[in-house]
Design a protein around this ligand. Structure first.
Ligand code: SAM
Length: 314
């Protein structure tokens, strides 16, 4: 089985450079545990609490990180609820939060998970197969204009209306049950000829983002940072899509404007040429890092935020 090759590992490890000994890093997208293992290796005083919404990933990461004993805890869960889940484990604040968002190559490469438009599988696309409706259930239940909106918004697909119409027609005629059926509908919606990318790419991406509420999860995770991050905590987010990167960039800018800390570098950190060649996923990866509670800011951004909330009686 193909393992997932983590991206930007040395940049991620470096980003957590000033970690307090004993700090707990939340790895919200534990996956195969690649980033977690690198952090545990490099920072022997740190602990990692890893979450993943995919139970298969949780099993793999648990096994991979077993050698670190109590320094590594892996649980099934969504990173949108990382703080709640961390507190349920008895840890009040995090010293770091790592999010490497999106799907893993392991998920993409398994046709039975429904992410692939190259091999037949169910039209599922849930990272957590036990959570919420599948892509097919969404397509069956949603009106045509809602499907078109999703494909347009999350896929930037100019033929979204035509594709949505063809999807509904195929469902009515019982011609849509596998990922290959869906891919064929997308391809037929396009005029014949050469296309830079497979015409199914954008629709599959859009449905995946919608089914897993990927942008909502990211917003929720970042919204918990002011309450859950300790002084000098590090927030590192790797995104692969402009919609995700925009959320990260804007949120970090707002935090900085409110003096909650500082953006480590104004431009995102990207992969160097050797990594781009050896790991194609790395080509679109952007890492943004924020240091919570600037060194000279006392009390910390988090404390200020908490006391403001307190004053407001929330
Ligand atoms: C790009 S991979 C991360 C790989 C990981 N950093 C590693 O080193 O192996 C993304 C992982 O995040 C998980 N994931 C995506 N969205 C999630 C969410 N909202 N909550 C928890 N896990 C999520 C996916 O199931 C997948 O395993």
């Amino acid at each position: 089985m193909a393992e997932h090759l983590p991206v930007l590992v040395s940049a991620v490890v470096k980003a957590f450079g000033e970690l307090r000994p004993g700090a707990t890093i939340v790895d919200g997208t534990c996956g195969f545990g690649g980033h977690s293992a690198a952090l545990l290796e490099r920072y022997p005083g740190a602990n990692v609490v890893g979450f993943d919404r995919d139970t298969e990933a949780v099993a793999h990461a648990t096994q991979r990180l077993a050698g670190y004993g109590r320094r590594a805890v892996v649980r099934h869960g969504r990173f949108g609820k990382w703080l709640e889940q961390l507190r349920a484990l008895g840890v009040d604040h995090a010293g770091g939060l790592l999010l490497d968002v999106g799907v893993s190559s392991y998920q993409l490469d398994r046709p039975e998970r429904g992410f692939s438009f190259r091999e037949a599988g169910p039209v599922d696309m849930r990272m957590d197969p036990g959570g919420g409706p599948s892509a097919l259930e969404f397509l069956q239940g949603a009106p045509e204009d809602e499907i078109a909106r999703v494909i347009w918004r999350y896929g930037d697909e100019r033929l979204s209306r035509r594709i949505a119409r063809q999807i509904k027609r195929a469902l009515d005629e019982d011609r849509l049950s596998t990922t290959l059926d869906l891919a064929e509908i997308c391809r037929r919606a396009y005029p014949k000829g050469q296309h830079r990318i497979d015409p199914a790419t954008r629709t599959f991406q859009a449905l995946r983002i919608h089914v897993n509420d990927e942008l909502g999860e990211l917003e929720n995770a970042l919204a918990s940072v002011p309450e859950g991050m300790e002084e000098a905590g590090i927030i590192a987010v790797i995104s692969f899509h402009s919609l995700e990167d925009r959320i990260v960039k804007q949120t970090m800018r707002e935090w900085q404007e409110q003096s909650f800390g500082r953006i480590l570098k104004p431009a995102p950190i990207t992969a160097d040429e050797p990594e781009r060649v050896s790991n194609p996923r790395a080509r679109s990866a952007k890492l943004r890092v924020f240091v919570w509670g600037a060194e000279d800011a006392k009390p910390t951004g988090a404390d200020r935020y908490r006391s403001k909330k307190h004053r407001q009686g929330t």
